[in-house]
Design a protein around this ligand. Structure first.
Ligand code: 5GP
Length: 346
């Protein structure tokens, strides 16, 4: 047993210090980014926010809505082959929509069949496992990269610099970062495993950037300010579940409660998801996600405007004309957290 004494931070542990700026309005801020991916060598330009590949959020409807704002979507992996093929074939060329999969043989074979039908219309793939530290995950990444050199691969999740480096070297263009911070995730509670998300972002970004890779901060953002902190910490992309949940474009049962319309939102490892997609929770495992009821929030467009407005405003506070400059202009100030905040957290 060993104890690491170095302090690790979450979004709530810091604020961003304002800096002198020549910007007069948020409208002067450009929050899109351009990248050339390390392995696929493809170009990307867009607002680097990605809807999570959860079956309630990563829907075709969400992808179409977010596309209008140049945001990306990782589709959930439970769509059928025919509907996926038809969706990708109609996708406008510049859109960033990720085909998501796990690492089973069935996942891979399904992907190969869909890819065969649509060809280059699938340009982005998200390989998603709860624990990105396993040999089988790394082996899968090699296999996928060897077979599809021109696809942009996002893979994870991990939380430490050495594993982010490993995944970049194994073929990931974007390393997905986050174990335990998700709004409907109970991994920290169920297993004791995790890593404070802001520190994970800072450390993984530093490691991946050193090798020409990128990172996607996945989970834990609950307000536009959290996105500003994640970008400030070095995230190239940010993945959102809860912040994009509860909208018209989401899939999920609408429930009436006390006269209000609510939408079910649940973790992909929750009992609800496993009952739905895997015929129940297997007897060797426990659920690591929960279900919540969210207020129905109407079209996602309003929320997108609010999120992007917050990030733009953060850029003006620190004098960043472009989102690209935000990290360089970020100084985090550590703030004392209230005890009830610490103990109230799941
Ligand atoms: P949020 O933006 O809601 O805080 O986090 C979204 C992320 O939570 C997802 O992209 C995914 O990485 C993670 N997640 C989704 N469902 C589950 C789950 O059931 N268990 C765990 N451990 N993580 C989940």
């Amino acid at each position: 047993m060993r104890i690491e004494e170095e302090l690790k931070l979450d979004f709530q542990d810091v604020l961003i210090r304002p800096k002198r700026s020549t910007l007069t309005s948020r409208s002067e801020v450009d929050i899109s980014r351009e990248f050339v991916f390390r392995h696929s060598e493809r170009k990307y330009r867009g607002v680097p926010v990605i809807a999570a590949n959860m079956d309630t959020v990563g829907t075709f409807e969400m992808a179409q809505a977010l596309n209008r704002y140049q945001l990306a979507t990782a589709l959930h992996k439970h769509y059928g082959e025919a509907e996926l093929a038809s969706f990708f074939l109609k996708l406008p060329e510049a859109s960033a929509v990720f085909y998501s999969m796990g690492i089973t043989t069935e996942d891979y074979e399904k992907f190969c069949r869909v890819k065969k039908q649509v060809g280059d219309a699938i340009a982005y793939v998200c390989v998603d496992v709860a624990n990105g530290y396993t040999k089988s995950f790394v082996d899968f990444l090699h296999k996928l990269r060897d077979a599809h050199p021109q696809i942009t691969i996002m893979a994870g999740n991990v939380v430490t610099g050495e594993m982010a480096e490993e995944l970049v070297l194994d073929g990931a263009d974007i390393v997905k970062v986050g174990i335990g911070p998700g709004s409907v995730c109970t991994t920290r509670k169920m297993t004791g495993i995790g890593y404070p998300q802001l520190s994970a972002i800072i450390e993984c970004a530093d490691a991946a950037h050193g090798l020409g890779g990128l990172i996607c901060a996945d989970g834990g953002c609950t307000s536009p300010g959290d996105l500003a902190k994640a970008f400030g910490g070095g995230a190239d992309f940010i993945m959102l579940g809860g912040m994009l949940a509860g909208h018209d474009e989401c899939m999920g049962e609408v429930v009436e409660q006390d006269g209000a319309r609510k939408l079910r939102f649940y973790g992909m490892s929750s009992r609800t998801a496993m009952d739905k997609h895997a015929g129940g929770v297997a007897n060797y495992r426990a659920s690591e996600g929960k279900e919540v009821l969210l207020d129905h929030r109407g079209p996602v467009e309003n929320t997108v405007q609010e999120i992007l407005g917050g990030v733009r405003s953060a850029c003006t506070y620190v004098g960043a004309h472009k989102l690209r400059e935000l990290s360089k202009r970020t100084t985090f100030i550590r703030v004392a957290r209230q005890l009830n905040e610490v103990f109230g957290q799941s």
